[in-house]
Each structure stands twice: as structure tokens, then as C-alpha cells.
Design a protein around this ligand. Structure first.
Ligand code: 0O2
Length: 266
């Protein structure tokens, strides 16, 4: 196939990956801005390389005009979560979105593959607007925990190294480490509430401090210097106490001062 044609085929996938990464990243941002725990920890995306597409074409005996229908993972999104429970939350979030439709799903978390691989896979339909009009494309979303991702990344490299001849001893060690990952994920889930509490209060504190600094910055433009210096000193001393409730109270007082100066929207 001509290079130009490949470019034409892959461009909408490129756009879809960019858009989907932005959408999922924004979800993380929204949760954190609200001081809430985000079920998504990280998101990455990639368009399958031409060489990898050709490999699949050969392996699955696909004709060139069937590429976009039969190869479902030309656009690939990987969502990494902290806990197994989050994987199912993310699946529900995707299920309820109006801009993606689920075509099929595979739960390799509950039904792990023989290799020991665990992950939740969704194939979605997603519309992109290109210069040629609207295109409905397929994309694969892999959702897994940080621990599952660690295992899959290492195993993928070993698969590549040994191709289809992975020594049994390595396979056994990978199986054993996959079992260790299951235990690790379970252990982490059992302390999930404590970890979430800690992360929520960390985000809460970061948001309050950002609000306070924003208020102080606005007051700089309208209040007199002595008053600002006093406010700043007070902020530093409350900050040192590491008491979130005190910081919130101080922020409310600042809101009232800023309102008095009409400085909030500056
Ligand atoms: P790459 O290089 O990651 O793109 P399919 O081959 O997708 O048409 P299949 O095998 O039924 O059909 O799909 P499945 O099982 O849902 O797997 C698709 C993708 O999941 C793979 O894509 C891998 O990314 C990942 N995966 C599946 N099994 C394993 C495994 O045992 N180990 C690791 N590390 N990853 C796995 P590709 O195209 O094979 O590879």
C-alpha cells in the first residue's frame, strides 16, 4: 500500500487517540479539582504502528481492505487505576458516556489469560470529525491497575524478546509473579479506604492553598501593602500548623475580605 494511503487511513485514529486522551485526562483533573479521589490514575494512548498492523494482517489472514473493520486496536487507549475496584468504576463511566459506544468487552481481570495477563478490555465506537467528514472508528481501551500494568509491560518485553519461544522456566516465573500481583492488588484494596482518605485530604489541602494564594494575589491589586503582609504572615503561620480546617476557615475570611474589595473576579 502507498505511504500516502496509510497516512489517510491512520489520520482519524491519530485524532481519536488525541481526543480520548484529553477527555480521560480531563476527567482526572475534574475529580481532583473537586477534591475527590479519581478512579483514573493515568491515561496514555497510541496508534498502532504500520509494522504492527502488517504483522496482525499476516497472523490473522486479513485482507488489506478489511484492516479498519477487523483490526480493532489501531487506536489504543490505556487507563491505569490504583485499585481493582476502580477498573469497574471506569467501565461504568465509559458505559454511561454519550460520545462512546461499547462494541464488546473482555474481562481478563476476573478471567485471567493463560499467560497470567490481567486487564479489562473494551472495544468502542467513536466518531471523529475529519476534513473528509465524520468517521466512526473503533478503539481499544485497556483498563488495568498499576500492578497489572507493571506485569504486562515486563511480560510484553519478554514476549518480544523470545517471540513465540519463551522458555518454560521464564513462563513459570511470570505465572508466579502474576499470582503475586493478584495478592498485591488484594492487599492494596484492603487498605483502599485509608489510602483514599489520605489522597482526598492531600487534594483538599492543595485546592484550599491554591484558593488562598489566588485571593492574596487579587488583594495585592487593591488592598494596602501592610494589610497584605499581615495576611501573608497569618497564612504562613496557619500553614505551618498543618490543620486543614484552620486553612479552610482562613480562606473563608479571605473570601469576605476580597468580596469587600470586590477583588474576587480580578
Ligand atoms: P500490542 O503490541 O499491545 O498492540 P487481537 O489480537 O487483539 O485481535 P485477541 O488476542 O483476542 O485479539 O485480543 P486480546 O486478547 O483482547 O488482546 C489484545 C491486546 O491485549 C494485545 O494487543 C495486548 O496489548 C494485550 N494482551 C493480550 N494478551 C496479553 C498477554 O498475554 N500479555 C501482554 N503483555 N499483553 C497482552 P496486541 O496486538 O497483541 O499487542
Amino acid at each position: 500500500m502507498e505511504i500516502q494511503l496509510w497516512r489517510e487511513i491512520l489520520t482519524p485514529y491519530d485524532l481519536a487517540v488525541d481526543e480520548l486522551v484529553v477527555k480521560f485526562s480531563h476527567m482526572i483533573k475534574e475529580y481532583r479539582q473537586k477534591g475527590m479521589y479519581s478512579p483514573i490514575e493515568q491515561v496514555t494512548g497510541r496508534v498502532k504502528t504500520i509494522s504492527s498492523i502488517l504483522e496482525k494482517v499476516q497472523k490473522k489472514n486479513i485482507s488489506m481492505d478489511e484492516i479498519t473493520t477487523k483490526i480493532e486496536d489501531i487506536a489504543g487507549i490505556r487507563i491505569i487505576c490504583q485499585f481493582v475496584e476502580d477498573i469497574y468504576k471506569v467501565v461504568d463511566i465509559i458505559r454511561n458516556r454519550s460520545d462512546m459506544t461499547i462494541k464488546s468487552e473482555k474481562d481478563y481481570v476476573k478471567n485471567q489469560k493463560d499467560s497470567g495477563y490481567r486487564s479489562y478490555h473494551l472495544i468502542i465506537y467513536y466518531n471523529v470529525e475529519t476534513s473528509q467528514g465524520c468517521k466512526k472508528i473503533q478503539a481499544e481501551i485497556q483498563i488495568r491497575t498499576l500492578a497489572m500494568n507493571f506485569w504486562a509491560t515486563i511480560e510484553h518485553s519478554l514476549q518480544y524478546k523470545y517471540r513465540y519461544n519463551m522458555p518454560d522456566s521464564i513462563k513459570e516465573r511470570l505465572m508466579a509473579s502474576s499470582e503475586a500481583i493478584v495478592i498485591l492488588d488484594k492487599e492494596m484494596s484492603s487498605v483502599r479506604d485509608d489510602i483514599m482518605d489520605a489522597q482526598n485530604s492531600f487534594n483538599d489541602k492543595a485546592n484550599v492553598v491554591a484558593d488562598i494564594l489566588n485571593n492574596i494575589q487579587n488583594l495585592y491589586k487593591v488592598a494596602n501593602k501592610r494589610e497584605i503582609v499581615k495576611i501573608q504572615d497569618e497564612f504562613y503561620s496557619i500553614y505551618k500548623e498543618n490543620d486543614l480546617e484552620q486553612l479552610k476557615k482562613f480562606n473563608k475570611q479571605l473570601d469576605i475580605i476580597a468580596e469587600g474589595y470586590r477583588a474576587q473576579g480580578l
